[in-house]
Ligand binder design. Structure first.
Ligand code: SAH
Length: 368
């Protein structure tokens, strides 16, 4: 066998710089560094966040000579669509994206009569290791950058504005951090993304913070930090069990922060933000769906600013677990309601395209 020399390009450690990573002041400084007038940063930002374009040809308000360079330097493409699958007559659309280093992430757009929800990823893979979740099985590849997270939303907004989603031109109204990853384990980039999502143009997309949900396994210090950000986003806590014995196995980080500690952090969050906290609970047949557990959960949540989202388990390939029987699900709901706790069973949009929780961890929050 003859020896072969292959040239291996040096791996870039980080995604390219993008204007969505930067504050307005930083964008103006970056543009000035490129020898352009600072206000060009505002024009570029409006192209990205208002018109969702990265095509220099369309940026007729910028000098032709500068467009390519500004776009290359501040709006490099970060996501490459690998695959797109739609269902529900095109109203649900899942996209598999490749990042610059080959890492894969997914996002889902779900159109409803009154809103459009986008479910976005915050990490390639996830390190939380929850045994019922498809992402958890593969482990963590890496954190996503702010701009990589934001670009998923911009791609959806672009498709909606271009009338590519049935139902006429539309806008993204809700964002849920329920795709791949544990958002609070990539805190800085996620907060940056939330800021870009809620800041009005030219700084960002101008989506109401009330429409943004950050879902977490319950990283207590990060929940407290989030409460102090002054961003009134909805917090969703993936509880899945009301007792430590079971939760230790379903959400392994529970061995670090127990149910009581996680819920205390949730109530502090509700007190500071005045926002109702969502409790996520995947109903798994004969594992966590017993009436006594509903009762225990009801007692823990009674009288609190809370809403329970029950999610029929979406079995992952090879999983021994499956969704609860309908009668057990109904009994669970009734038990919770008997404690005066608000509860809904989540719609499982996109299940047939593996776009429901777990394969994609796609989900729909309650409307806040
Ligand atoms: N890491 C974050 C966000 C991603 S998962 C979190 O855990 O909250 C979004 C939601 O989908 C979480 O509540 C998660 O527990 C749930 N989920 C994951 N796999 C699921 C599955 N197979 N069936 C139902 N829900 C699932």
């Amino acid at each position: 066998m003859s020896a072969q020399l292959t040239f291996v390009a040096p791996r870039r450690a980080k995604p390219s710089r993008h204007l969505a990573d930067l504050s307005m002041a930083e964008r103006r400084a970056a543009v000035a560094e490129l020898g352009e007038k600072p206000f060009r940063a505002d024009q570029l930002s409006r192209h990205y966040f208002e018109r969702f374009t990265t095509d220099p040809e369309q940026m007729t308000d910028l000098p032709a000579a500068s467009r390519d360079r500004l776009v290359t330097q501040l709006m490099p493409g970060l996501l490459t669509s690998v695959r797109e699958i739609t269902c529900d007559g095109g109203m649900t659309r899942k996209t598999l994206w490749r990042l610059f280093d080959g890492a894969l992430v997914e996002s889902v757009l779900m159109r409803y009569p009154d809103r459009v929800t986008m479910c976005v990823s915050s990490q390639a893979g996830c390190g939380m290791n929850c045994p019922f979740c498809a992402t958890g099985q593969a482990g963590l590849t890496r954190n996503m950058s702010t701009a990589e997270i934001v670009e998923q939303v911009v791609a959806g907004a672009r498709a909606l504005a271009a009338d590519e989603v049935p139902g006429g031109p539309g806008r993204v109204s809700n964002i849920v951090f329920m795709g791949m990853g544990e958002p609070l384990a990539n805190y800085k980039a996620v907060i940056g993304a939330v800021r870009r999502i809620v800041e009005p143009a030219p700084a960002g997309l101008g989506i109401s913070a009330r429409g943004v949900t950050v879902s977490t396994v319950g990283l207590v210090p990060a929940i407290d930090k989030l409460a102090a950000e002054g961003l009134p986003v909805t917090l969703a806590v993936s509880l899945h069990a009301p007792d430590d014995e079971l939760r230790d196995t379903l959400v392994p980080v529970n061995t670090r922060w127990k149910v009581a500690e996680v819920l205390d952090a949730a109530w502090r969050y509700a007190a500071v933000t005045k926002r109702r906290v969502s409790i996520e609970y995947a109903l798994i047949k004969d594992i966590n769906d017993q009436e006594w557990r509903a009762d225990l959960l009801g007692r823990l949540l009674k009288g609190k600013l809370v809403h329970v989202n029950l999610i029929p388990l979406n079995p992952t390939p090879g999983s021994k677990w499956t969704a609860s029987r309908p009668e057990d699900e109904r009994a669970f709901v009734r038990r919770l309601e008997s404690h005066g706790v608000a509860v809904t069973v989540r719609d499982t949009r996109g299940r047939e395209i593996d776009g429901a929780c777990g394969q994609l961890a796609a989900a729909t929050p309650e409307q806040g």
